[in-house]
Design a protein around this ligand. Structure first.
Ligand SMILES: [Zn+2]
Length: 218
């Protein structure tokens, strides 16, 4: 694992400030990454300590309710009762970490797209745009940029773009200025992808595929 969420995102996660979709993407990385888990715990401990100190001048700080408040703010998402351990597609079964597993109930149907891709939407609330994206061997997603940012987490397998190669647990965050063309070679890849604005395809014929972006963005 080479790529991790920025410290800013980890702070946002630990303080419950990320939107529901990013909370799931960052939380799923943390499930897979002992290093970021320990950083997030440090941040949470630090915030809890600071909150206690700031409240110290009060006559009788109600420690229990403060702690409850901190714990409750961990995630703004209503959790469903069942935590799934896997998702399946075309007869293949993929294990999923807990942070994602508790939302698998909301996973929509898989749709098959050109280029060896499958996509299933994960709707957490009206504003989130998140998909599981499966790329079979030798698949490619046309070069694109985004009007907002894109966070991609590799759940299983390997893909690459013109910048690097990404494997299980790698977290890639791209802002609107970054272009990339994800592809797979001889291994397939399952990713969790979050977009905060539609994809814009930038290269040659792929421009004709721009309606395709609405498949990802919804
Ligand atoms: Zn990490």
């Amino acid at each position: 694992m080479k790529f991790h969420p920025s410290e800013e995102l980890l702070v946002g996660y630990a303080s419950g400030d990320l939107n529901p979709a990013l909370t799931v993407v960052v939380g799923t990385h943390i499930d897979m990454c002992p290093r970021c888990r320990s950083v997030a715990e440090d941040i949470q401990n630090h915030m809890a300590t600071r909150e206690l100190h700031q409240s110290a001048p009060l006559a009788e700080p109600d420690l229990n309710s403060m702690l409850e408040h901190i714990m409750a703010s961990e995630s703004p998402i209503v959790r469903s009762a069942k935590v799934h351990e896997q998702v399946s597609l075309e007869g293949k079964v993929f294990k999923v970490p807990r942070s994602l597993g508790r939302h698998v109930d909301r996973l929509g149907p898989w749709s098959h797209m050109p280029g060896g891709l499958w996509r299933a939407p994960l709707e957490l609330d009206a504003d989130s745009r998140m998909n599981l994206i499966y790329m079979q061997e030798n698949a490619s997603l046309p070069e694109h940029t985004h009007r907002g940012s894109e966070a991609t987490l590799v759940l299983n397998g390997v893909f690459n773009d013109e910048h690097d190669e990404y494997r299980d647990g790698d977290f890639i965050f791209l802002d609107e200025h970054k272009h990339h063309s994800p592809q797979t070679t001889d291994e397939d890849c399952l990713t969790l992808a979050y977009l905060d604005a539609p994809l814009q395809f930038t290269s040659g014929l792929a421009r004709l595929l721009n309606p395709f972006s609405s498949l990802f963005f919804r």
